[in-house]
Every structure is written in structure tokens, then in C-alpha cells.
Design a protein around this ligand. Structure first.
Ligand code: PMP
Length: 434
């Protein structure tokens, strides 16, 4: 094959013949757009359109695309070494990033395990919990979680995703059976009713001796329904797990680094988990990187008994380029005053999405921090809606009945207004056509 650039048509042809996309089929093609370059909040398509980004490439690109400082951090590191094995070696980017993570995460999480993606960070967390009990001389492998959760696509992660909307039916013979409490009903800013945690507390009590850990997404259940639940639920879970000495795993892969208005969603309930999973935003949408943090107690227990080491070690662990970008991204978060950036996003989303409430077919509009959700009565047909968003100059990717946005933190008031206007116009157009 020549080294000449490929035309847009050639890219699409090769793609349709050979490349899998997330949750996609080779038989029925969803619309696909060739993106040529991106800058700030703008995505430039090979077909000539420029779109305002409302997705931050699935919660990751918080400072926008093609950021000069992040480019410089990546380039400087690649000029030294793009990658080096982490067995027997360490390096400045990993040390710098670990120090930032320990400093900023809820108190007491002092040990950092780097891995490659969110799902793997969850696998690592679950293995930590199982090895923790093994070190204490007990065999405990079951996880307790809540319905409508989402924790990734690998096997153990899948096993703690919602049993109905997740992939349990398809893979039921292959995944570990776990315990599922009812989804919390009390809304983030609604009235708190203690009964909301009854199902969770009952399962915890009944299966106390089998449970290796509790895992949940704090405050925001993302892919499972964009549901914002009450901080007292999280407080109750923390108190109950702590009282029984059962590790609590907080999956902040989507919520970490300010998205909900607090640096970590656990802060809404003022709790510290025993194990914390981070990913997505961690490396600012540049390179794939995740981290699992744990308490000294968890780490020391694991290392105090046979085999004396934690049994996990990926090839790309602590990738120096990804760590260098992630460390710089955290410094930028602080320099850019992320809290006021997210507050501005929240205000702009509230204002911009409010008119959607008046449209028949819209069930609910909700906003938390830098997350805006328009929940529809009926599922949205991607084949029709995605090209319509593009025609209106915006990039959104709904799933099911949910149209949601989590724009980059650098988005201006005007960017958000245009994003919301594009959504509103698409809503009117598509519902009229339906
Ligand atoms: N946990 C949560 C809460 C997530 O939102 C996701 C990704 N959507 C994951 C885990 C899995 O992360 P990844 O896609 O990087 O494997």
C-alpha cells in the first residue's frame, strides 16, 4: 500500500470492510464520520464540517483537543522514551502522577496501581479485594453492587454491571454470579428516605461472610442510566461496609477529576473508599491510562501473606508518555481553577437545556456539574439522530432514551449555548418527523 494519505472514501471503504467499532455490526452500518483533526472544543470532519464537541470523547478530553501544553508534555516525554517496562524500573512521570493522585484523592488512599483502561482498573480493584481476603485466610469472591451500574466490558467488570441492561443474558454462563441491590431511588437533590438503602443493607447482612467487596459508581450511575442519586445512600453504604470490615470500591472512572462539581464524587458524601478506580479523564483524552488506588491497610494486608505480592502486572503499566500527560493535565486542572470551570458549565447547561423540558417526547432534563441529560420517552434512533446532530454542527452520541452531554471544561458559555441550541433544534426536527 502506498504511503500517500488516504481519501475520505478510501478510509470509509477500509473501515466498513475491516474495522470493528464499539457495540457495532458489520451487517447494519450506523453512520460513520471521518474526523480529520480536532482543536479545543472543535472537531473537524474530512467532509468539511466543524462540530462543537459535547462528549469530551466519552468523558476524557477535559482540556479540549490538541492542547499545546499536553502536546508539549507528550512530546518531551517521547523525546526521552515513549515507553519502558515497569518491572524493575520506575521513572519521573509515574512518580509525579502518583504524588498528585495521592495528594488529591480522598484521604488515606496512598498506594497507586497503574493500568491501561478503565475496565482493567476495575479488574485490578476486584482482584485486590479477593487477594485481601485471601491474605486474611478467607476465601471470599462475591461482589455486592447496585442495579443499573456499569463498570466495563471485561469479564469480572461485566459481572458487576446491571444484570438486565448489561451483558448478563448473553454471557450468563461465563460470568461470575454477583449480588445486586436495588438501584437507589432518592435523587441527588431530592428528599432522603432511609428505606432507600434497605435492599443493600439486607444483602450485606445476609451474605456478609461471602462478600469480598462492595463496588459502585458514587453519585452518578453513568452508562446504566445517567442517574444522580442521594449522597446519604453513599454515606450509608460506607458506614455499613466499614462496620463489617468489607472493602468499598468506588468506581470514579467517569466521575473523577471534577465532572460532578467535586474533584471526586465521593466528596459529595464526604467518604473515603478503600479502593478507588480512575481512568478516562485521568490522561485528558490523550492516551489510554487508568489507576487503582488503595488504602495502606489493603496494600499491607495483601503483601503480608503468600504469595507476598499483588498478582497483576500489565505490559504497558505506568506508560511514561501517558503518565507525563496525566500529571500535566492535573496541574492544568488546578491552574485553570477547574471548580469554577465546572460551575460555569453547570449554569450554562441548566440555562441551555431548560427549553427542552417543554418539548413533548422529553421525559426529564437533569444537570449535575458538567453533565447534562435529556431523557426521552422513547429510544433515539442513532441512524437518524447522529447525522441530524452533525447537520446542526454538534457532536453528541445518545444511547437508548438518553441524550447526554459532558462537554470539555474549557467550553465557553457561547459553546454550550450553541451545543444546546443544536440539540433543541434536532429534538424539534426529529420529533416532528417521527
Ligand atoms: N467504569 C465506568 C464507571 C465507566 O463509565 C467505564 C467506561 N464507560 C468503565 C468503567 C470502563 O472503562 P474503559 O472503557 O476505559 O474500559
Amino acid at each position: 500500500m502506498s504511503t500517500q494519505p488516504l481519501s475520505m472514501q478510501e478510509i470509509l471503504r477500509i473501515d466498513q470492510q475491516h474495522i470493528w467499532h464499539p457495540y457495532a455490526s458489520f451487517q447494519s452500518h450506523n453512520p460513520l464520520f471521518v474526523v480529520d483533526r480536532a482543536e479545543g472544543v472543535h472537531l473537524h470532519l474530512a467532509s468539511g464540517e466543524t462540530l462543537i464537541d459535547g462528549m469530551s470523547s466519552w468523558w476524557s478530553t477535559l482540556h479540549g483537543y490538541n492542547h499545546p501544553e499536553l502536546n508539549a508534555a507528550a512530546q518531551a516525554q517521547m523525546g526521552k522514551m515513549a515507553h519502558v517496562m515497569f518491572g524493575g524500573f520506575t521513572h519521573e512521570p509515574a512518580a509525579r502522577l502518583a504524588a498528585h493522585l495521592v495528594r488529591l484523592s480522598p484521604d488515606g488512599l496512598n498506594k497507586v496501581f497503574f493500568s491501561d483502561s478503565g475496565s482493567v482498573a476495575v479488574e485490578v480493584a476486584l482482584k485486590m479485594a479477593i487477594q485481601y481476603w485471601h491474605a486474611k485466610g478467607q476465601t471470599r469472591t462475591r461482589m455486592l453492587t447496585i442495579k443499573r451500574g456499569y463498570h466495563g466490558d471485561t469479564f469480572a467488570a461485566m459481572s458487576v454491571c446491571d444484570p438486565v441492561t448489561g451483558m448478563h443474558t448473553l454471557f450468563s454462563e461465563a460470568i461470575m454470579p454477583q449480588l445486586f441491590a436495588e438501584q437507589p431511588r432518592c435523587r441527588f437533590d431530592g428528599h432522603w428516605d432511609e428505606k432507600d438503602a434497605d435492599s443493600f443493607l439486607q444483602l450485606l447482612e445476609t451474605h456478609e461472610q461471602d462478600i469480598a467487596a462492595v463496588i459502585l459508581e458514587p453519585i452518578v450511575q453513568g452508562t446504566g442510566g445517567m442517574h444522580f442519586y442521594h449522597p446519604n445512600y453513599l454515606k450509608t453504604v460506607r458506614e455499613a461496609t466499614e462496620a463489617r470490615g468489607i472493602p468499598l470500591i468506588a468506581d470514579e472512572i467517569a466521575t473523577g477529576f471534577g465532572r460532578t462539581g467535586r474533584l471526586f464524587a465521593c466528596e459529595h458524601a464526604d467518604i473515603t473508599p478503600d479502593i478507588l478506580c480512575l481512568g478516562k479523564t485521568l490522561s485528558a483524552g490523550y492516551l489510554t491510562l487508568a489507576a487503582t488506588l488503595c488504602s495502606d491497610t489493603v496494600a499491607e494486608t495483601i503483601c503480608s501473606a503468600e504469595p507476598g505480592v499483588f498478582m497483576h502486572g500489565p505490559t504497558f503499566m505506568g506508560n511514561p508518555t501517558a503518565c507525563a500527560v496525566a500529571a500535566r493535565s492535573i496541574e492544568l486542572l488546578e491552574e485553570h481553577h477547574w471548580a469554577s470551570q465546572v460551575q460555569n458549565l453547570e449554569r450554562a447547561l441548566q440555562r441551555g437545556l431548560a427549553p427542552c423540558r417543554d418539548i413533548a417526547g422529553v421525559r426529564e432534563v437533569r444537570v449535575l456539574g458538567g453533565i447534562g441529560v435529556v431523557e426521552m420517552d422513547e429510544p433515539v434512533d442513532l441512524k437518524l439522530w447522529q447525522p441530524a446532530f452533525v447537520r446542526h454542527g454538534i457532536w453528541l452520541r445518545p444511547f437508548g432514551r438518553l441524550i447526554y452531554m459532558m462537554p470539555p471544561y474549557i467550553s465557553t458559555e457561547d459553546d454550550i449555548a450553541r451545543l444546546c441550541e443544536g440539540l433543541l433544534n434536532t429534538l424539534k426536527e426529529q420529533l416532528r418527523a417521527a
